[in-house]
Design a protein. Structure first.
Length: 158
């Protein structure tokens, strides 16, 4: 845990796109050999996502780091979909993932949405330990092209 106050999570701007791309790549590239395909977040159109207002970032300037984590979220009529969460490996163990997941929940509540949904590759087994600790329940497994995914949901109390 760091001794500095946590940086807020903020909407990404066009100027952040190179950092969004770099953090996403650093977070997901290690999984390529394990899952045998390029993870979808690496191939995302980051500029389009930023322009749509779907990308939120957090920094650690007190630690001499810029953008260290991000989420890509998409609002649907009945849920907020957490499309991607990425934490730069240099920031692992600093509470960045927790900060981002807490933001996603607050964002869903502020948007009046009753639940959060996400999916993760079945071979990204680390996530299968993390998401349940934050109240996500496994609801299914589906193969979508080359991706074998576990689907989670987190109902939110009103």
């Amino acid at each position: 845990m760091n001794d500095h106050p946590e940086a807020p999570v903020r909407a990404a701007t066009a100027a952040d796109v190179p950092a969004v791309r770099a953090v996403t790549d650093a977070a997901y590239r290690p999984y390529m050999a394990r899952i045998g395909v390029v993870p979808q977040p690496i191939e995302a159109d980051h500029m389009a996502d930023v322009e749509e207002g779907c990308v939120f970032v957090t920094e650690e300037p007190a630690a001499g780091l810029g953008i260290v984590g991000l989420v890509v979220v998409r609002a649907h009529p009945d849920h907020l979909f957490l499309d991607s969460i990425a934490v730069h490996p240099d920031a692992h163990g600093r509470g960045v993932g927790r900060r981002l997941l807490n933001f996603v929940e607050a964002h869903a509540r502020a948007s009046g949405l009753p639940e959060i949904r996400l999916c993760t590759n079945v071979l990204m087994w680390e996530n299968q330990q993390i998401y349940p600790r934050y109240g996500y329940e496994l609801v299914g497994r589906r193969v979508d092209g080359p991706y074998d995914r576990l689907h989670y949901r987190k109902p939110l109390d009103r």
